[in-house]
Write a protein that binds this ligand. Structure first.
Ligand code: SAJ
Length: 441
């Protein structure tokens, strides 16, 4: 799409949804001189922010939000306000209690109620010349078929009186503040003028390249990125199941295969979690179940990894009933506090169902508030009286634990490493028995 001059000026923006994306985006715009109204329907999020605290863990975010609030460039409330531009960054999970069916296959369905509510909340304050940008990961055509019709209830012509874009966030949790600025950004407008308006807004702080396209392409780009990663992790996980079957150390095999100049196999593990990669591929499956057998199969493989880990533990420990197991890590991936769709949580649940007594230690979430899961308050209490030490998340703090650190805290001598966090030889030398995700037995 070509460039087009616009005279849009952005003095004030309103960011709807103050989660992992909305809050860093709001504070970054504020740091760049814009007046930012941050909106969240969750009163406790607003109260937390107003007392100078923060409800999510992301390196550097606390300081950025504090500075933005102190400068009064960022204000937070539960009410959507008039602004020059609106960013919608609300969750798009799937329904827990509703499934689609295609020829006997069950698939998950996108829950777009938060996007709908956010768009509806903007309608009463919308003015001519405004720009609205949807950032939430969404099924193809959501911007055109869902958001545009809602905004047109304002009486303003979408694409003429107001501009509308889809621009996916692509930042990696743990590096959000840096990637927001440095990553390339795709801006999909419902027409050329909208794409240009979106590019004008993001160019305020984005240093990466900005690409303009149409809204549905931008939606697909986002889903393709995460689906690509899911499928690639699935093949790594399937390799781990094969390696287990053939009694091969999967980590060694992957390292050797990756010496090939065009091969880059990702890491197997307890599964794929988080609110993106384990969710987004379903948006394609739901939109076209008859065209997505590969994407569907990848989801099945990744979702089967927690059970594979539980079977590994059962074999290594000689049964699960009554076994005392210390689980290290509940987060969905290393060095984040996010437990959404976490495979580690799925492993704990399955272990407990099989009769194991699990104490889980998650240093990034002291109070994980997971019904039925016993979370220890520190490493000592997790390890107390344990028989098995099960490493599920490659947190830096866990990788740095030595055999001596564990030996001094427990009598347990069976270590199970599902993420290649520890050097097996070191643990064996220190008198531990170590089982790895797919290794020689
Ligand atoms: N995982 C593996 N093996 C690997 C890599 C990851 O098992 O080799 C697991 C992780 O442990 C985790 C899950 O996959 O459970 C997803 O982790 P991730 O680091 O791959 O991705 P996310 O979900 O934290 O962030 C992704 C990113 N997308 C891509 O890399 C294509 C990020 O850039 C997106 O912004 C984000 O999704 C999003 O919000 O969509």
């Amino acid at each position: 799409m070509g460039n087009q001059e616009t005279t849009l000026k952005f003095a004030k923006i309103c960011v709807v949804g103050l989660g992992y994306i909305g809050l860093p985006t709001a504070s970054t715009f504020a740091a760049n001189g814009l007046q930012v109204a941050g909106v969240d329907i969750n009163q406790s999020v607003i109260e937390t922010l107003q007392r100078g605290d923060i409800h999510i863990h992301e390196p550097g975010l606390r300081g950025a939000v504090e500075a933005a609030l102190r400068s009064s460039k960022l204000t937070v409330s539960t009410q959507t306000e008039e602004a020059d531009a609106f960013l919608i960054a609300v969750p798009t999970p799937f329904y827990e209690d509703r499934h689609g069916n295609y020829e006997g296959y069950q698939y998950k369905m996108a829950d777009l109620r938060a996007v709908t509510a956010a768009a509806e909340a903007i309608v009463p304050v919308l003015r001519k010349g405004n720009l609205v940008i949807l950032e939430s990961t969404s099924p193809p055509r959501t911007t055109v078929d869902l958001v545009a019709p809602i905004l047109s209830r304002s009486g303003l012509r979408v694409g003429e009186d107001i501009f509308l874009c889809y621009s996916p966030e692509r930042v990696l949790p743990g590096q959000i503040l840096r990637e927001l600025i440095e990553n390339a950004r795709v801006i999909g407008g419902i027409n050329l003028a909208s794409a240009q308006a979106g590019a004008d807004l993001y160019s305020i702080f984005v240093k990466g390249e900005i690409f303009q396209t149409d809204a549905t392409t931008a939606e697909m780009v986002k889903l393709m990125e995460n689906t690509y990663r899911d499928v690639n992790i699935a093949v790594a996980n399937e390799f781990s199941q094969l390696a287990d079957h053939f009694e091969v150390n999967v980590w060694e095999a992957i390292e050797l295969a990756n010496r090939h100049p065009r091969v880059k196999i990702l890491s197997p593990g307890p599964g794929v979690g988080g609110h993106c990669i384990s969710v987004d591929p379903w948006f394609f499956v739901e939109a076209a179940p008859q065209m997505t057998p590969l994407i569907y199969a990848a989801r099945q493989v990744n979702d089967s990894q927690p059970q594979f880990v539980v079977d590994l533990v059962r074999r290594a420990a000689g049964g699960l009933n009554g076994k005392k197991i210390a689980v290290l890590g509940l987060a969905y991936k290393p060095d984040v506090d996010d437990l959404r769709e976490s495979p580690a949580v799925a492993v704990v649940t399955l272990l407990q169902k099989a009769g194991a007594q699990v104490q889980a230690w998650e240093p990034f979430r002291m109070n994980p508030d997971l019904p039925g899961i016993h979370a220890a308050t520190n490493l000592e209490s997790a390890l107390k009286d344990t028989e098995v030490i099960l490493l599920l998340v490659r947190h830096s703090a866990f990788v740095n634990l030595t055999p001596a650190d564990i030996a001094s805290r427990t009598q347990g001598r069976l270590v199970i490493d599902t993420v290649n966090g520890w050097n097996a030889q070191e643990w064996t030398d220190a008198g531990f028995e170590i089982a790895q995700l797919a290794a020689k037995k």
